[in-house]
Design a protein around this ligand. Structure first.
Ligand SMILES: *Cc1c(COP(=O)(O)O)cnc(C)c1O
Length: 341
């Protein structure tokens, strides 16, 4: 990120950016278009809606936690006709839930899914859900903010039409980039969309990206960071990145269980990028979070929304290895001993 700035309208930038987009395509397992904007993950929700839908379009969203809730709110604020499948926090949306939702709302044109619900530590069964949505003829719009570059994600093989993520999660970068994938079917929807947007215009972004350009000034330092992160992922291979996350998720959960603590999600849907667990009786989540930070220099998070003080969440995505889990679980053991005394 400390490399000198180069003119973003020059050939050197276009060559750099073309190569970055091509490599991002490979990591997402897609031949579709990759577009990168300055923004955070939330921008990705808006990009999906204002490019692929029209006001009043009926859409079905599976809300499994706070991020699903925000995705739904974005769609509602922008004027979509939002139909919901509400899943209790800590559980996953199943294929049966989605089938029932589609049966009750056959007219929906898009299904909005959160791949990994960061607020609860749940990974929804995306491949199966996407197949059901697709068979219904609906677009499949996926929030992959805390899964892309951490959990298995096969954009084309799973038939995903739109995938969004943000640089600050498993991409290991500072915040500030939103990364978007669009399928051929997404472009057909884009051509019919009645929304108008200047900054989040996917068509303009694609036209510019064709020769490595961007419609507006790109955040070059962050693109340098993403380039370095992509090189690390390529070095390890994306399949091994997925395996490392699976191993680390597993060992985090067994470490938590060994402390006698209860996980929020069931093992079948437990996420390999974030682990959520209940504090022991008599302790609040924030006490544990604060103590870990102050006494052990370990940063974890409490919950979100109505579970803000009810659960503790350990993020283990991106630049993490087995030793980080050992350090974290060990610090947690000390914290519990000290707080319970
Ligand atoms: C972090 C996150 C987001 C995006 O939040 P921003 O603050 O806008 O980056 C969206 N969805 C999920 C699942 C997330 O974890």
């Amino acid at each position: 990120m400390q490399r000198p700035m180069i003119p973003h309208r020059g050939k050197e930038f276009r060559t750099f950016n073309s190569s970055l987009l091509e490599r991002l395509r490979a990591i997402h397992k897609t031949t579709g278009d990759v577009l990168v904007w300055p923004g955070s993950g939330s921008a990705g929700w808006e990009i999906a809606i204002v490019n692929l839908l029209s006001q009043g379009d009926p859409v079905l969203i599976a809300v499994t936690g706070d991020f699903g809730e925000r995705f739904a709110r974005t769609a509602a604020v922008l004027g979509a006709d939002v139909r919901r499948i509400d899943i209790p926090w800590g559980e996953a949306v199943t294929v049966d839930d989605l089938r029932a939702g589609l049966k009750a709302n056959p007219e929906v044109v898009a299904v909005l899914l959160t791949h990994n619900e960061t607020s609860t530590g749940v990974t929804n069964p995306l491949a199966e859900l996407a197949a059901v949505a697709r068979a219904h003829g609906a677009l499949v719009l996926v929030d992959a903010v805390s899964s892309a570059a951490g959990l298995p994600l096969e954009t084309d093989a799973w038939g995903l039409d739109f995938v969004l993520s943000g640089s600050q999660k498993a991409w290991m970068c500072p915040p500030g980039l939103v990364i978007v994938i669009a399928s051929e079917k997404a472009w057909q929807a884009q051509a019919k969309s009645a929304y108008r947007s200047y900054f989040w215009n996917m068509k303009k972004a694609r036209d510019a990206a064709a020769d490595g350009s961007t419609p507006t000034t790109p955040p070059l330092t962050l693109l340098y960071a993403l380039d370095a992160a992509v090189a690390m992922i390529e070095d390890e291979s994306i399949e091994r990145v997925w395996e490392r996350h699976a191993r680390i998720g597993e060992s985090t959960r067994s470490g938590i269980a060994a402390l006698g603590l209860q996980l929020l999600p069931s093992e079948a849907y437990a996420s390999n990028t974030v682990t959520a667990f209940f504090p022991p009786d008599g302790l609040r989540a924030r006490q544990i979070v604060d103590h870990l930070k102050q006494e052990h220099g370990v940063t974890v998070a409490a919950g979100q929304g109505h579970m803000a003080d009810a659960i503790v969440r350990i993020g283990h995505m991106g630049w993490v290895d087995d030793e980080d889990v050992v350090v974290c679980v060990d610090a947690l053991r000390h914290t519990l001993e000290q707080l319970i005394d």
